[in-house]
Design a protein around this ligand. Structure first.
Ligand code: ADP
Ligand code: MG
Ligand code: MG
Length: 890
């Protein structure tokens, strides 16, 4: 057994790291006894050597020769032999599926001599020359780097001369001429001839596949899908089978369940008399797979049998590529198929029902990103917007955007903030940047398995394909449907559920899943559409499984009520600063600018009843559940007008000879006095409470009085008081004394006992590092991971996220922004230290997180592992956090 090359018979599905997904699954199918054309796989390890050194590893050549010899013996023919030569495909295939992102070269082994040998076989003359034509074209563009459009130009010229539309109308002489022209083109462009030696062809093709790992579109795809750059691809070398040998041949793609909705059944496309690339590229319209039942009942029955076998074996939805050569079925690929979010929930739930997987496994197979996608809005069907056209609904969702016709324009407009819909006849891997930039992809050709459909589904993008009434005029940058003409820049609405395309922006409404959460009812009622029952089932299992609590960040009674309907078990962060805005600004200004202690007390007293009302409403909405209220955190000048605006206003008044408003002058002086170079690290958080006398007392009194009011109304208020930005236990100690004093004063005044746990945010490295001491004065911790990330990295979030982060992501310094997904190594380490030392000092310390990371799937898993008690996130992320907390506990 060689170290860099494995025969299909030596591999298996558990070897995907080494053999790539395609190679491992080809081996698995061969092992299951399915008809796979024989072949072997060069490992990803060999690719990694190539990527590191620029050369193939020593000994690889010899191993390939040995395996090739075995293949030749098995096939009974040799590569390059003059009569009926062996032909090979050279196929890329990485650990993670990257559909169409890397190279595959077919028909290796044909040359000026062997093409004649092949052509001598009865009925194969045209086929031989067409295959040679394809090889020279594919080899020329992908291996030798000649611009693919130059080959297309040649083809078009010949077709125009003959006034034919389709390649299939070209005869043998035309094809011979085209081959000569292609070879000339290659020589002229590269200075090298198309290699006639089949082993040289093979060698160059292998190198080209390895090199395609670092092709631009492959890298872009990996970055988007978070696939590591260092894995490399395997290369599969396989005997060719031919689907283009007449009407008893063909190629197709099949899914064991509907990848769009998850419904069980038989889905796929079949293209008679064609090679597989023709199906995927959508150049010719395929027929539904069911029609194979009439075209070739024997192969159809076999295929169905294999599909059932594969689904039971992989215990999941499989997608399959197959080819029929003269009535003989060959399996060319299978893998656990990509699917939409809705299909993921449906299929996982069905497979659990069918007993193929456990409910735990079903839960593991869905994730928070999918759930978030199901919560996206849909088009309002009550609005009568005329349908422009209809295509195949290939990837669900509702998207509105302006029409663009190429990838570059999509990227440009999206960068300028526009929402765009990419409209193409069909897409190719070169359209990837535009597809990423677009809200939706609309094509006029191709089916559910076309490139556009497969890639869009993988990305969770809306896609409608095969809208064949759509005539695109690329030159004029417009398309028409009948008499209706739509130009670039006009707005359309694309419905990926039903396949409808409408003019203009159709209004959006809640999805069924969103309505289910909004209803807050324990079980879905009539709404069985859009996978609601499956979502319900897996959410229930997640809730039963998870150890982490899930709370919400909410500042208003409305948000609190919604969060509760979405399943929040309390509020982890109620920010009081939002209560200082709007109509209350004048009061807040008066409080900040108060010239004397007495003036400040008057202003604070005016704010008190307003704050009390806010808290009463929120405690009512969360009755019986904890509500963590954070004392005022931001610097006070955030509540005053902008310094530059004020200065401009005053200067303008002066220039116009108007009398300046004395209030403005006073405000400017105050704003200037309070100006900070770096407010994020300035007078804010607990520092504010310690410096601005009366502020803490007013807020705590408002909380305490709200608690009393709720208790008197028969409620069960559970307020918790949280101190922000503590760095030293002494700070907390001082504030705590003041808080406790106010609480007992209010209790005394009202005769109602008021006990609130008092705790602190951990959002400075110093707090995390001295957590043991801080815990002696805190009943709970809540990690403020936004500030903790800023202060640990020394990043000012608002200043770094745009350009600088893009460069960092590009250079691979991080794979996702540390503000999106918790940085486990750095910030996460501080969290772990604080949890350990905090609990050591106070075993019953309650610990949560209230930064935005609380709703991020990967971060939720980290918080589970770190032993937190709960996560808190925005109300809309609560279902996502519940689901991920359940998955983390599996
Ligand atoms: P991708 O990873 O982009 O799907 P593949 O390696 O599957 O690329 O190759 C693309 C197409 O080439 C396949 O769908 C199949 O139709 C065709 N193909 C690959 N190998 C063979 C083969 N041995 N015989 C016939 N067709 C093949
Ligand atoms: Mg394939
Ligand atoms: Mg903070």
């Amino acid at each position: 057994m060689g170290s860099y090359v494995y025969d299909f018979a030596e591999g298996g599905r558990d070897m995907a790291d080494l053999l790539g997904g395609k190679g491992a699954n080809l081996a698995e199918m061969a092992r299951m006894g399915l008809p796979v054309p024989p072949g072997f796989t060069i490992t990803t390890e060999a690719c990694r050597v190539f990527l590191a050194t620029g050369e193939l590893p020593a000994g690889l050549d010899r191993e390939v020769v040995e395996h090739l010899a075995a293949l030749e013996r098995a096939a009974g023919k040799r590569l390059g032999q003059v009569d009926d030569p062996l032909l090979l495909s050279v196929r890329s295939g990485a650990r993670f599926s990257m559909p169409g992102m890397m190279e595959t070269i077919l028909d290796i082994g044909l040359n000026d001599l062997s093409v004649l040998g092949l052509a001598k076989i009865p009925d194969r003359e045209r086929f031989a020359w067409d295959s040679y034509r394809r090889l020279v074209q594919m080899f020329g563009s992908t291996v030798m780097g000649v611009d693919g459009s130059l080959f297309e130009d040649v083809l078009r010229r010949v077709k125009d001369q003959h006034r034919v539309e389709d390649d299939s109308h070209l005869d043998v002489c035309d094809l011979m001429r085209i081959v000569e022209m292609f070879k000339d083109l290659i020589l002229e462009r590269t200075g090298s001839a198309f290699p006639q030696d089949p082993t040289e062809q093979l060698r160059q093709a292998i190198l080209a596949v390895f090199a395609s790992w670092n092709g631009e579109r492959a890298r872009l795809y990996r970055r988007r899908e978070h696939i590591p750059d260092g894995l490399g691809t395997a290369v599969n070398i396989q005997c060719m089978v031919f689907g283009n040998l007449g009407s008893d041949s063909g190629s197709g793609v099949a899914f064991t369940r509907d990848p769009a909705t998850g419904r069980p059944g038989l889905y796929g496309d079949y293209l008679p008399n064609a090679q597989g690339e023709d199906v995927v590229s959508g150049v010719r319209d395929a027929v539904p797979l069911q029609e194979l039942a009439t075209l070739d009942p024997v192969s159809f029955a076999r295929l169905r049998g294999y599909m059932g076998q594969l689904e039971t074996h992989y215990r999941d939805l499989c997608d399959i590529e197959f080819t029929i050569e003269h009535g003989v079925l060959w399996m060319l690929q299978t893998r656990v198929g990509k699917r939409t979010a809705q299909a993921a929930f449906s299929i996982a739930s069905q497979l659990a029902d069918e007993g193929l997987i456990s409910t735990d496994e079903a839960l593991a197979r869905v994730d928070g990103d999918m759930l978030a996608r199901l919560m996206f809005p849909r088009f309002d069907t009550g609005v009568a917007a005329p349908v422009l056209t209809r295509g195949i609904p290939a990837s669900p969702g509702a998207a509105v955007g302006v029409v663009v016709f190429d990838s570059g324009e999509a990227v440009r407009r999206a960068a300028a903030g526009e929402e765009v819909v990419l409209v193409r006849q069909e897409t190719t891997p070169d359209d990837l940047p535009g597809m990423i930039a677009a809200q939706a992809v609309l094509t006029s050709r191709g089916g559910k398995t076309s490139h556009a459909a497969v890639v869009a589904r993988g990305m969770g993008k809306v896609c409608v394909c095969g809208a064949d009434a759509l005539a695109i005029d690329l030159g004029a940058r417009r398309f028409s449907v009948g008499d209706v003409v739509v130009s670039e820049g006009e707005t359309i609405s694309v419905d990926g559920f039903e396949g409808f395309v409408r003019l203009g922006a159709v209004p959006l409404v809640d999805s069924a899943v969103m309505s289910y959460f909004e209803a807050g009812s324990p079980a879905p009622d009539a709404a069985v559409q859009e996978g609601v029952p499956e979502v319900h089932r897996l959410m229930e299992h997640a809730d039963a499984t998870r150890r982490l609590g899930v709370r919400a960040n909410a500042d208003t009674p409305q948000d609190a009520a919604r969060a509760r309907r979405f399943g929040a078990e309390g509020i982890g962060l109620c920010r009081t600063e939002h209560m200082f805005l709007g109509a209350r600004r004048p009061l807040v200004e008066a409080m900040i600018l108060a010239p004397t202690e007495n003036d400040r007390e008057v202003a604070l007293a005016a704010l008190l009843p307003l704050q009390r009302e806010d808290f009463t409403g929120i405690l009512a909405a969360m009755d019986g559940l904890p509500v963590t209220i954070r004392l005022l955190d931001p610097p006070l000048h955030e509540f005053l007008p902008d310094r530059t605006d004020l200065a401009v206003r005053l200067a303008r008044d002066e220039a116009l000879g108007r009398t300046q408003d004395p209030r403005d002058t006073e405000l400017l002086a105050a704003v200037t006095r309070m100006h900070e170079e770096n407010p994020m690290l300035g007078l804010r958080g607990v520092r504010l409470g310690l410096v601005k006398r009366g502020l803490v007392a007013m807020q705590v009194r408002a909380i305490a009085e709200a608690v009393v009011a709720r208790k008197r109304a028969g409620g069960d208020p559970r307020a918790e008081i949280m101190v922000p930005l503590v760095g030293a236990v002494e700070e907390l100690h001082l504030v705590r004394q003041e808080v406790e004093e106010v609480l007992s004063t209010v209790a005394r005044e009202t005769g109602v006992p008021v006990t609130c746990p008092i705790g602190t945010m951990i959002e400075l490295p110093r707090a995390a590092l001295t957590a043991g001491r801080i815990a002696s004065r805190a009943e709970f911790f809540s990690f403020g991971t936004n500030d903790l990330t800023q202060t640990t990295w020394g990043f000012s979030r608002d200043d770094v996220e745009a350009e600088f982060f893009a460069a960092y992501l590009d250079k691979g310094i991080f794979e996702t922004s540390p503000f999106e997904t918790i940085d486990r190594e750095g910030v996460g380490r501080l969290v772990e230290i604080a949890v350990r030392e905090g609990r050591a000092a106070r075993p019953d310390l309650n610990i949560g997180v209230c930064g935005e990371h609380g709703g991020d799937p990967s971060s939720v898993h980290f918080f589970h592992e770190a032993g937190l008690d709960y996560v808190s996130c925005s109300p809309f992320r609560v279902p996502v956090a519940r689901l991920e907390a359940g998955r983390a506990a599996l």
